[in-house]
Design a protein around this ligand. Sequence first.
Ligand code: ACO
Length: 335
Amino acid sequence: MYNSKITGLGYYVPENIVTNNDLKEFMETSDEWIQERTGIKERRWIDPKSDDTTAVMGAKASKIAIERAGLTKDDIDFIVFATLSPDMYFPGGGVQVQDLLEMPTIGALDVRNQCSGFIYAMSVADQFIKTGMYKNILVIGAEYHSGGLDKSTRGRNVSVIFGDGAGAAVLSRSEEAGKGILSTHLHSEGKHAKELILEGPSTKHWVPEILEANNPDDVSYYPYMNGQFVFKHAITRFSEAIVEGLTANKLEKEDIDMLIPHQANLRISQFVQRKFRLPDDKVFNNIQKYGNTTAASVIIALTEAWEEGKIKDNDLVVLAAFGSGFTWGSVIIRW
Ligand code: ACO
């Protein structure tokens, strides 16, 4: 049994900043409404004229992470790519990154799992490292939401929340006992799938059916969220995932040095912070700048926290996420 450790981190967000006031161009909303309910001030939305896509952003973040790990693309043994917004129905984003970075013919696996995608991806990578199968795995979370949102007033409760971006980590085999990823914890409850969903295009709603219907009032091709229902479940499951991770490692909430919650909504993060009585310097949030980037949010936040010197050697770092599925989980790391 080997240990696994994060050896490189990187993120990339598109240049194009969209403020809350900018959204008023498309919908009836206000900076005050959005900030009060979500904490979001602005988000990055890909300029459709740019070359950025989910996979391209994932590759840009990966390049940085690989370099910071002191490795080259040829040292990576495997790719795990988490997204809910792949460039294509198939193939997935992992193989695109393999191609974009001109990597050897290593395996590439795509993970769905929405806002919990990066947590699931880290857990998968951790197992491959711990069993000794691979030495260095590239783990990516990337999302391009802005192209698929209902930006009219009809879709405003969802579309103001989501942003575009990508982050990547290199997870490597390590000889340091008691350091690196201590444990990962994964859960799902599919009976709530309809509360946070994007129905089509899919095998239930094939493209010919969509084209034939040609019904601009059909909202099943836009993401749907039952906001208050999601909020209630998120605060419960976030907390459970953190407690589960601490308990598995015989740790207490006072042992947490840095909590990186999925950036769903600042109010959710603040609720969890209060519940665990964590001071402000032990919880990292950047939803104010980037909105909710689903599978990319935890890894972008982790990278920024690390870049800002907020994570130090030997710190106990807790990653936690909750999202569509419902799915949720945590990763417990001794840095
Ligand atoms: N601007 C202005 N008014 C708005 C907007 C907007 N962007 N969106 C909704 N409204 C209006 C509605 O039309 C409604 O008006 P009405 O009372 O006249 O009908 C009113 O505000 C309340 O609408 P709700 O949809 O009930 O809004 P709510 O108070 O629930 O807030 C929100 C919505 C912010 C999404 C909230 O439910 C929430 O925080 N949910 C948590 C879910 C979440 O954070 N999800 C993130 C993605 S999922 C994930 O990552 C886990």
